[in-house]
Each structure stands twice: as structure tokens, then as C-alpha cells.
Design a protein around this ligand. Structure first.
Ligand SMILES: *Cc1c(COP(=O)(O)O)cnc(C)c1O
Length: 510
């Protein structure tokens, strides 16, 4: 009989660890490097304002980042120096106070540290008896409570808004026909139809494609002047599809569209959904977060009416990427859409695998990281009210910027500002033809980015090229936005006058 050998000695000499440090001295060296990394990153965040918001990628960096597979290692210190040289200065810029492009979050120092702890713990939050599963359940409840959603809902932390929309759409789709998990859409009696507005995010189109519904069965309905879904057009479309023998299944409404932050009339849409037994998914990627502020909740009324609600924590909750959330009012429907318990995952009576909440049964991933920790630690550290204040401040900043633009003769506000997104353009003279105006504004956008002054993005509204600032940035000050307005005018004047690049950049605010 062979004796089992359990080596508990510190110096298991025959098989030295390959990926862990090999000795106390090596652990000490790595610890020192780790401290250095923490110091460097915190200093980087603390000093971020003094650096350009974004810098173009130099060719040397592109070249270095296409080097071949390293077969042997250079050691953690040298690898870290490469990180400092090649990666740290050349990000998207979204940790900067003057980053307002697309909808990018800033990330928080506490969130960063929490991600380090989560990686150290290396929890697989699929299920089983472990505190991280309870942390995720607690965090999902906290978020539901903060948004005024049913706290006994089903919910899951996911990679972001796109995955959250996908999960919501799968649950909604599965209500439209009795055995979709077995049959797929192969045996469906009538094709399913999904409804949304022309302003809906591309993630919805993607989810409609992935779920097998198909883009031709996605109705992109018109919006009104305020860029919200035209509810009468929705009612008509549902009637038309019913008359044509199709099966209206899901409406995806927006609480904050990506272009302008428009909030669809969730109450009217919900009533229509109930009348026709349609699933209502609300895409609240950033807009839903307005509901955590008692003062702003009225700007996103009706979130609680959603059968499923998706939102991001890496946008307007400022947490590090990547983290989104899906809430489903009826937890059992969510479980039924995803649960799967093969023999190797079956619960045991006691021990690690004793029955528990199983996050893996609520979505796509089986093995899952500990995203919940950064939410849990941040909410305990700062409290929900601090996030609420940041969100209120961003809304106030967007409103001030909008007023500033509306009262400047050379700027034009291009859409209402219901939340934190401001679309505008430089327009020195209303007689300027559209093509010329578009071209000047494109040039302004690119010069702003290349000079490192600020990062905006762009969009088209009613065929016009617009500059777009989405303020999901807890580092932005009012002075930053005043600087933006001045700089857009200055660049615009210069581009118009000289038709080329300005020689010098105005100095940014301290
Ligand atoms: C960002 C966004 C999404 C997609 O979310 P990701 O986190 O980028 O996957 C969906 N809808 C809206 C309105 C968004 O702004």
C-alpha cells in the first residue's frame, strides 16, 4: 500500500514552484514590486490631470506590441517596466478629468484595489458554499434597492451592458413560446418580433442576432423631437405584426439613449406591453443610475415596471471595467432560461457543493470572476450617497454646459439634455453650409483629441455631425467644461480662419 504524501513543508525541495516565488527572499522581492506598482498607479491617478487626456500611439509602441511570443521570461520587474513604457501612457484616456467620449467610466482607486484583492482571492463565483456568492447576491439586492427595483428580483453581474441586454432578451424571448430551450426557434409557430427605437444602442441589434430572432424581425421605430420612442408608432407596429401572423415578443426601451440620454416613456410602453403580453426590457446602461439619486429619480420614471433591466457599473458608477448588471423581476424565469445541472455540478448534502444560490444558473458564464467585490467594497467604503452625489454633479455640469452653449453665438446645442449627454457643434454663422460645418467640427474633434486637451466623441443627429460629451466622470470640474467650451470656439475660429492646424494650444486649467 502506498502512503499518501502531503507535503506541508515550506521548502518542498524536489518540486520548486514555477509560477510562485521560490523562496522567502523572492516573495519579499515580489512584495516590494507589488508595493511599487500600487504606489505608481495611485500616483498616476492622483496626477492624471497634469497629463494629456490622450496621446497618439507612437510607431515604436505599435512595433513593441507586436513582438513575438516570449518563450523565456525576463522577470516581473522588467515586464513591469515595459508596462510603464508601452501601456500606461497610451490608454483611451478615460481616467482623465476631461474625458467625455462615448460613454466611458473613470474607474476609482478603491475599485482598483478591490480588483487586486479579487484577483488574489481568485474566487470562481459560479455557486457553492463560499462567501463571494453571498457577496454577489447582497450586491445585486443593494443595486435593486438603490434603483427602486423589486429587491427579490433575479440578478447577475455580467461583463457589461451588451451581455446584460443579451441575458434580458433571452429570458424575454423564452416567454414567447413554451419550449424554446429545447426547440430553439426551429419549431416556432410564428416568428418573434422585437421592438425598439431608431436611437437604440447597437448592443440590442447584436442581441437580436445572437438570440436567433434576426435583425429583420427587429422593428426600429421612429422617435419624437426629444429622441424618445414614439409610443403610437409602437402600438401600430404591434398591430401590423399581429395582423401579419407574427408574434410580438419583446420591447426594448431606453432609460438614457447613447446619443442624447433620452428616456423613453416607460409607463406608456409598459401599459402597451401588458395589454399585448410583451416582455419589457429596459436598457438603462448609464441612464438607470440616475435613479440612485432621490433628486434625479423622476428623470427615469418607471424603471420598476421593466420585466428586465440592464445597466453598467463601469459607466455611471465609475467602477473599473468590466462590470454590468442584469435584473429580472421574476427570478424564477431567469433561472429557467439558463439553469443546467449536469452530474459533475450536482449539489452534495454537505461540504463545498451543498446547495446554494448558483449565479451560474442565471446567465451565460459558468466559471465567473469576483466582480461583486469592487461593488461591495466601494459601496461600503463610500456609501451609495457618494455615488448619488457624483451623478447629480455630472447632471448639473451637463446642464451648465448646455446653457453655456445655448448662450454662445458661435455654438449650437443640438439636442435636449435630459441627463448627462450634451450634443453640440461650432456654428459661427447660421448661413454656413452643412458640409463645411461638418468638416470644421470634425477638425475640432480631432484637434481636441490629438492635442490631449480633451476627449469628446461624435455622432450624427438628423444628418448633422455633432460633438458629443457624455459626462460619466467623477473627476470633471466645472472649470474643465468651461475650458472645453472656450477651446471648441478657439479651435473653430482658428480652423475657419486659417483652414489648418493652430500653432499653439491654449493652456488647460490647473
Ligand atoms: C454602453 C451602452 C450599451 C452597451 O454596454 P457595454 O457595457 O458597452 O457592453 C448598451 N446600451 C447603451 C445605452 C449604452 O450606452
Amino acid at each position: 500500500m502506498k502512503e499518501a504524501v502531503i507535503d506541508t513543508s515550506a521548502d518542498g525541495a524536489q518540486e520548486p514552484p514555477l509560477l510562485d516565488p521560490k523562496s522567502e527572499a523572492e516573495w519579499d522581492a515580489l512584495r516590494a514590486l507589488g508595493h511599487q506598482m500600487v504606489d505608481d498607479m495611485l500616483r498616476h491617478l492622483c496626477m492624471r490631470r497634469r497629463e494629456p487626456a490622450w496621446q497618439p500611439l507612437p510607431p515604436e509602441v505599435e512595433e513593441a506590441l507586436s513582438s513575438p511570443l516570449p518563450r523565456s521570461g525576463q522577470g516581473a520587474t522588467t515586464a513591469y517596466l515595459d508596462f510603464l513604457d508601452l501601456i500606461l501612457p497610451y490608454g483611451l484616456g478615460n481616467t482623465h478629468p476631461r474625458s467625455w467620449g462615448w460613454v466611458n467610466g473613470t474607474g476609482t482607486p478603491v475599485g482598483m484595489l478591490a480588483d487586486m484583492l479579487a484577483a488574489g482571492l481568485n474566487a470562481n463565483v459560479s455557486g457553492f458554499q463560499q462567501a463571494p456568492v453571498l457577496v454577489e447576491r447582497q450586491v445585486v439586492r443593494w443595486l435593486a434597492e438603490a434603483l427602486g427595483y423589486a429587491i427579490d428580483c433575479g440578478g447577475l453581474l455580467v461583463s457589461g451592458g451588451s451581455e446584460a441586454v443579451l441575458v434580458g432578451l433571452v429570458v424575454g424571448r423564452n416567454q414567447a413560446s413554451p419550449d424554446l430551450r429545447a426547440d430553439g426557434l426551429q419549431q416556432i409557430a410564428a416568428p418573434l418580433v422585437v421592438y425598439t427605437s431608431t436611437e437604440a444602442h447597437s448592443a440590442i441589434e447584436k442581441a437580436v442576432e445572437i438570440t436567433g430572432i434576426g435583425r429583420r424581425f427587429l422593428r426600429r421605430l421612429p422617435v419624437g423631437k426629444d429622441y424618445t420612442l414614439d409610443v403610437a408608432a409602437l402600438a401600430h407596429a404591434i398591430q401590423d405584426d399581429l395582423a401579419a401572423g407574427l408574434r410580438p415578443a419583446v420591447v426594448v426601451a431606453a432609460a438614457g439613449t447613447v446619443n442624447t440620454g433620452a428616456v423613453d416613456d416607460l409607463q406608456a410602453i409598459s401599459a402597451l406591453c401588458r395589454r399585448h403580453q410583451l416582455w419589457l426590457h429596459v436598457d438603462g446602461a448609464f441612464g438607470a443610475l440616475a435613479a440612485v439619486s432621490p433628486r434625479l429619480r423622476q428623470r427615469v420614471p418607471g424603471l420598476e415596471l421593466a420585466d428586465s433591466l440592464s445597466f453598467d457599473l463601469h459607466k455611471w458608477m465609475y467602477l473599473p471595467y468590466d462590470i454590468g448588471c442584469i435584473l429580472v423581476r421574476d427570478a424564477e424565469l431567469q433561472r429557467r432560461a439558463f439553469a443546467s445541472v449536469p452530474a459533475y455540478l450536482a449539489p452534495t448534502r454537505r461540504g463545498v457543493a451543498a446547495a446554494t444560490v448558483r449565479p451560474a444558473d442565471m446567465g451565460v458564464q459558468l466559471s465567473r470572476g469576483f466582480r461583486a467585490l469592487k461593488v461591495w467594497l466601494s459601496l461600503k467604503a463610500h456609501g451609495m450617497d457618494a455615488f448619488s452625489q457624483c451623478i447629480e454633479r455630472n447632471v448639473a455640469q451637463a446642464e451648465r454646459l448646455a446653457r453655456r452653449i445655448a448662450t454662445d453665438g458661435r455654438l449650437q446645442l443640438m439636442a435636449p439634455v435630459p441627463l448627462n449627454v450634451v450634443c453640440f457643434r461650432y456654428l459661427p454663422d447660421s448661413a454656413l453650409v452643412q458640409e463645411a460645418c461638418d468638416q470644421i467640427n470634425r477638425e475640432i474633434l480631432e484637434q481636441l483629441q490629438e492635442s490631449g486637451a480633451a476627449v469628446l466623441s461624435a455622432t450624427q443627429l438628423q444628418g448633422n455631425f455633432c460633438l458629443r460629451a457624455a459626462i460619466t466622470n467623477h473627476r470633471t470640474t466645472s472649470a474643465d467644461l468651461e475650458f472645453l467650451a472656450c477651446e471648441v470656439v478657439r479651435l473653430g475660429d482658428e480652423v475657419t480662419r486659417r483652414g489648418n492646424r493652430p500653432a499653439v494650444l491654449a493652456s488647460p486649467p490647473p
